[in-house]
Design a protein around this ligand. Structure first.
Ligand code: NAD
Length: 370
């Protein structure tokens, strides 16, 4: 198969979808790999490293898209890429369709096959291609939150871990999944007083077992959220309903009840956000303030630590990419429910229910194509 790796062009996105090691693996399996010049530069990989691994370097994105049967990317295509995607091409990347209708419409019109990293799902409901980025974003949410709690950055001016004789900051983590667990772990390690909320009692039981003593658990409901936001310094949004828009757990009216300088980090912003007042921001301008509450809502947090993120992401995506390249998407998806769950759009049809429902668009059973 001919595989294309374009350079990511989303604001401050420095990750790349394939490393030289991954290139070597695909070439070893008999495939041709075209990498756009400088695609790996932001993650520390030179064109020469890709060439040595067996890739052919191409100067512009249009040519990469034109040549490739399968495009491997990191972020969803943005407007200037829509027109480069063609019918019957396989696009393997993060899409997060439910949060952006124009992207959904563009991919429906393109006729391409869109296999979304974020909905590849195992039988135990875990999301193997979301996990590594959630691990990065969860850990990073505390690093960023701690920074924006500093007074010059408009925060409350509180040190996460406190000092002897002074209480630590209070951190509230909404969602005890991968983002939430990694956030809680780092916050706890820094000495904060941490509470994790989830609707899944079994998950809370597990977290209660494995987390250190400064992490508490609480069931998530509107009453409890309203109470806790009043005295927490840093609030992390990490809830997810797979493939669907995130539920709004923090509503506009709650901001007035928070203390000035409270920091909200809505990691779930890529699924529409679980904080009503959050709108996607970029690494160039990551925060905004409403009612004296600092909002950090960067939709591609791992993009700021590309070295870690690229390696973490490609460790997880490569085995799937090799399978798709070796068998073609139809055979690979027929044989594997895990990969089949990743199919969101095929030949102009939306084959992922939650995406169709998000925009009241028609849904087609994927069986039509397999
Ligand atoms: N901004 C970024 O750069 C970035 C990076 C990685 C992941 N994410 C996003 O972070 C979000 C969380 O990802 P994850 O991997 O942790 O998901 P996950 O499935 O591991 O965890 C989500 C948790 O939310 C819980 N939940 C659902 N509804 C809830 C509610 N009403 N109250 C409390 N908890 C609730 C679930 O029970 C689950 O435990 C996703 O939207 C993901 O796309 C964003």
């Amino acid at each position: 198969m001919i595989i294309g790796v374009p350079k990511e062009i989303k604001n401050n996105e420095n990750r790349v979808a394939l490393t030289p090691a991954g290139t070597q693996e695909l070439v070893k399996n008999g495939h041709t790999v075209f990498v756009q010049s400088m695609a790996g530069a932001g993650s520390g990989f030179s064109d020469e490293q890709y060439t040595l691994a067996g890739a052919q370097i191409i100067n512009n994105a249009a040519e990469v898209f034109a040549k490739a049967e399968m495009i491997i990317k990191v972020k969803e295509p943005i407007e200037q890429e829509y027109k480069l995607i063609r019918k019957d091409q396989l696009i393997f990347t993060y899409f997060h369709f439910a949060s952006y209708e124009p992207l959904t419409n563009a991919m429906v019109e393109s006729g391409a096959t869109c296999l979304a990293y974020e909905t590849v799902e195992r039988s135990d409901r875990s999301l193997p291609l979301l996990i590594p980025m959630s691990e990065v974003a969860g850990r990073m949410s505390i690093q960023e939150g701690a920074k924006y709690l500093e007074k010059p950055l408009k925060g409350r001016g509180i040190l996460l871990g406190g000092v002897p004789g002074v209480k630590p900051a209070k951190v509230l983590v909404l969602g005890g999944g991968v983002v939430g667990t990694n956030a809680a772990k780092i916050a706890a390690g820094m000495g904060a007083d941490v509470t994790i909320m989830d609707i899944n009692l079994d998950r809370l039981r597990y977290l209660d077992d494995v987390m250190p003593k400064n992490v508490h658990t609480m069931i998530s409901n509107d009453y409890n959220v309203r109470e806790l936001v009043k005295d927490h310094d840093l609030i992390i949004g990490g809830v997810l309903i797979p493939g669907a828009k995130a539920p709004k757990l923090i509503t506009r009216d709650m901001l007035k009840t928070m203390r000035p300088g409270t920091v909200l980090v809505d990691v779930a912003v890529d699924q529409g956000g679980c904080i009503e007042t959050c709108k996607p921001t970029t690494h160039e301008d990551p925060t905004f303030i409403i009612d004296d509450v600092v909002h950090y809502c960067v939709a591609n947090m791992p993009g700021a630590v590309p070295y870690t993120s690229t390696l973490a992401l490609t460790n997880a995506t490569l085995p799937y990419a090799v399978r798709l390249a070796n068998k073609g998407w139809k055979k690979a998806c027929s044989e594997s429910a895990e990969l089949r769950n990743g199919l969101n759009v095929v030949n102009g049809d939306i084959v992922y229910k939650a995406v169709a429902d998000a925009f009241n668009l028609p849904y087609t059973d994927v069986k039509k194509y397999l």
